[in-house]
Design a protein around this ligand. Structure first.
Ligand SMILES: *Cc1c(COP(=O)(O)O)cnc(C)c1O
Length: 334
């Protein structure tokens, strides 16, 4: 990759980078609302503040990191274009950001990606290159395209500009509601959690910050315990935005030193939260977006949060309505 950018790619971002990222994305990203629910507060014995990134542009916080990273391209990078590999929210975030900034985008997606996601990505004007996920390696394809066409590869989490952009969601939350006692953040590759830790450290230094990953794939928890990045097979979970096989190196550099703990949530607990968000807060949340609340509910049930001020990041809301009703119809527990 280009030498003038590789220098910055080795350093971990700081809160100053989150502040600068916020200035760049503010004209284009929504300052998403903070939801509250009196019934939930009474039931759980704490004051909850939900940062509704399911209402962010393209339906997830990923717009923040992608737009920030693309906005820092130099003239030559803008002309040549960006490449990203993802079947989920990062693809749409890069495609939308590229369209806003007038940068050509190429997105590498699996042949069997949901038609709605391929259509959404193409709808933002990106070129979609498909691959066979059982026979081909998407990182190799992305890197080959980058080399052949001079494109800049923007990964979904392992990049300082992406991490700084993701940190702006928690920054807004602390600015809007003040310091918190605890913050619960969904965790896949660690971009959102590492950025949130930077904002918490500066704006609410006594706040306990938890990353929450699917129970089926507790690689980050094990990584924290072992002090090195643990790799696992793709976990089977409905939390498709957190089906990562390992956390990123840059995010881990921040998470390892600053996170309070890493927790997990089961698929059943995620569905229970989808139901609560829909019924009490009238908002559609995808399974991955429920990870933070699921763990916070468990903590509250154990009496750990009595009287506390608790932040929860709702990370995204992209789920087909058919899938949504299928998941909620199948389970009645809450
Ligand atoms: C990508 C994603 C996550 C995980 O974010 P990381 O930065 O990879 O940890 C969580 N929730 C949603 C909705 C996502 O799209």
């Amino acid at each position: 990759m280009r030498s003038d950018r590789s220098r910055g790619q080795d350093a971990l971002p700081t809160f100053d980078d989150v502040v600068r990222a916020h200035e760049r994305i503010a004209p284009h990203a929504h300052r998403t609302p903070v939801l509250t629910s009196r019934m939930t507060d009474e039931e759980l014995g704490a004051s909850f503040f939900f940062k509704a990134e399911n209402t962010q542009r393209m339906g997830a916080f990923k717009f923040r990191g992608a737009f920030h990273a693309l906005s820092r391209f130099d003239a030559e990078q803008r002309r040549a274009g960006v490449v990203a590999y993802s079947s989920g929210n990062h693809a749409q975030a890069v495609a939308l950001s590229a369209r806003i900034l007038g940068i050509p985008a190429t997105i590498v997606m699996p042949l069997d990606a949901p038609a709605s996601k391929v259509a959404a990505t193409k709808g933002y004007g990106a070129e979609v290159v498909t691959y066979d996920r059982y026979a081909q390696d998407r990182e190799e394809i992305g890197q080959a395209l980058a080399a052949e066409r001079g494109l800049t590869l923007i990964p979904p989490y392992d990049h300082p500009d992406v991490m700084a952009g993701q940190g702006t969601a928690a920054k807004e939350l602390f600015e809007d509601v003040g310091p918190l006692d605890a913050l619960y953040v969904p965790l896949g590759g660690g971009g959102l959690l590492s950025g949130s830790l930077l904002s918490a450290g500066a704006l609410s230094p006594d706040c306990a910050v938890y990353g929450v990953e699917p129970e089926a794939g507790d690689d980050a928890r094990r990584s924290l315990r072992e002090g090195r990045i643990v790799h696992i097979d793709t976990p089977r979970t409905i939390a498709d935005g957190a089906q990562t096989q390992h956390v990123g190196e840059h995010p881990f550099g921040i998470i390892r030193d600053r996170v309070t703990d890493i927790l997990t949530a089961s698929d059943d607990e995620l569905v229970a939260c989808m139901r609560l968000f829909a019924s009490r807060m009238k908002t559609v949340v995808e399974p991955t977006g429920c990870l933070g609340f699921a763990a916070a509910r468990a903590h509250a049930a154990s009496g750990e949060l009595r009287g506390a001020r608790v932040g929860v990041v709702i990370s995204g809301g992209n789920i087909d309505l058919d899938r949504f009703t299928e998941l909620l119809g199948g389970r009645r527990r809450g």
